[in-house]
Design a protein around this ligand. Structure first.
Ligand SMILES: Nc1nc2c(c(=O)[nH]1)N[C@H]1C(S)=C(S)[C@@H](COP(=O)(O)O)O[C@H]1N2
Ligand SMILES: [Mo]
Length: 392
């Protein structure tokens, strides 16, 4: 019997040494994805005793870039890991004992949660929402289910994983003590020496290559020097009015008329309330900053903005920012029509009421006549088409 006739289910690639190595990479990616996801959640659902500082300005750009990149990297890793174990997931009878049933249930939860996170995350990157639940809430809740089942899995499999990682990949004896059968007479042969078949090492190298490939074709959505390679990323960071993408257009936000109206005023609530026209705002001292728009969907772009420091407007209106500041859009509906700044964000010298981008008046789709731009905040909190500023 030649090696060729070996059934796929007993492939030497399906070996705990492969599973454990791919599993440890997957574990690393999941951990990065989870921690950076927590950062994103904390930005959008602040906890007063864990304030997120306005510095470094690129903080969210980095953590969200890592979140989406590590999430995408899990796709080849999950596929290879499932490939390496799936015959064991299909064993008959499916349940042999109570502990066995519990083990299988925990794996079902683990795989289910993992697939849910990948699918919803990827669809969100593509701005597709073919479901009725609220994506951030479901994605966040399931992340905890996933982390719980990963920890349980690690605890249950710890001895096996330790053993499998210690064993050499090209050793022909698998963990269970069976020698790989190279011929009918029981010759053993290292998998690495088999002609024409993928070795375990080869599979791991290909897996690493696949991770590299999916990263290279997507990470250009946030790494400018790679933007030309971002063929699988839905957004290029340099494509759009004024050289960067638009998230929600003025038409979608139904502000086409109100934002372009000459009667537009920015109202700032305070001891001496202000109602400022665009020329009035332009006659105030203007400041210039380079700050990124970093969308939770994974794209980001660095833009040069100019406008009036928010702190100056607060002073002018006598608005005390100690309890935070809330900015409101002209938009009547929509989840992101208003946002809150902490005291530190509100008074940061780089936090602007931006009136220009890339040296031109804001495009209507980028928030004309005035938008918020503030360091180290997710794109969803950089509110466009502002109409009102008040104490939070
Ligand atoms: N009023 C309002 N502002 C908004 C949004 C919105 O839906 N409504 N979307 C936000 C999101 S999700 C992002 S990523 C940024 C993108 O800004 P841009 O469209 O100018 O690139 O705008 C933010 N500002
Ligand atoms: Mo966004």
């Amino acid at each position: 019997m030649s090696n060729q006739s070996a059934t796929p289910l007993s492939s030497p690639l399906r070996d705990s040494r492969v599973t454990a190595r791919v599993g440890s990479w997957l574990g690393g990616a999941v951990l990065i994805c989870f921690l950076t996801g927590l950062v994103s959640h904390l930005h959008q659902h602040p906890i007063s005793w864990i304030p997120i500082p306005p510095d470094p300005a690129w903080g969210f750009r980095l953590t969200q870039g890592l979140h989406v990149a590590s999430g995408i990297a899990t796709v080849p890793l999950v596929l290879v890991k499932l490939f390496s174990v799936y015959p064991r997931l299909l064993t008959w009878p499916p349940v042999r004992s109570v502990p066995h049933a519990l083990e299988r249930l925990s794996i079902a939860v683990l795989v289910g949660a993992m697939l849910f996170e990948i699918v919803t995350g990827l669809l969100n990157v593509a701005e597709l929402y073919p479901w009725t639940f609220f994506f951030p809430r479901a994605h966040y809740a399931m992340a905890w289910v996933l982390m719980g089942s990963v920890l349980l899995h690690l605890a249950v499999k710890a001895p096996l994983i330790r053993d499998a990682l210690r064993r050499r990949l090209d050793d022909p004896v698998d963990v269970s003590g069976h020698t790989e059968v190279g011929g009918e007479n029981g010759d053993s042969m290292p998998a690495a020496s088999r002609e024409g078949s993928l070795t375990r090492r080869g599979l791991l190298v290909s897996t690493a290559g696949a991770v590299g490939a999916v990263t290279v074709v997507t990470v250009g959505q946030t790494v400018p020097s790679l933007s030309g390679l971002a063929v699988l990323a839905p957004r290029r960071p340099d494509v759009g009015p004024q050289g960067f993408p638009v998230n929600r257009t003025a038409r979608a936000a139904r502000v086409m008329v109100t934002a372009a109206d000459e009667a537009w005023r920015l109202v700032v609530v305070g001891r001496s309330p202000q109602s400022l026209s665009l020329p009035a705002l332009m006659s105030l001292p203007q400041n210039e900053v380079d700050l990124p728009i970093a969308c939770v969907e994974g794209w980001s772009a660095s833009v040069r903005w100019s406008g009036v420091r928010l702190s100056r407007l607060l002073e002018l209106a006598g608005l005390d920012p100690s309890g935070g500041v809330r900015v409101h859009s002209l938009e009547q509906k929509g989840l992101y029509r208003s946002s809150r700044l902490t005291h530190d964000q509100a008074v940061h010298p780089d936090t602007l009421l931006a009136l220009t981008a890339s040296g031109e008046p804001l495009a209507l789709d980028h928030g004309y006549p005035a938008r918020l731009i503030s360091p180290n905040r997710p794109g969803v909190l950089q509110t466009k088409w502002l109409g009102l500023i008040e104490p939070a």
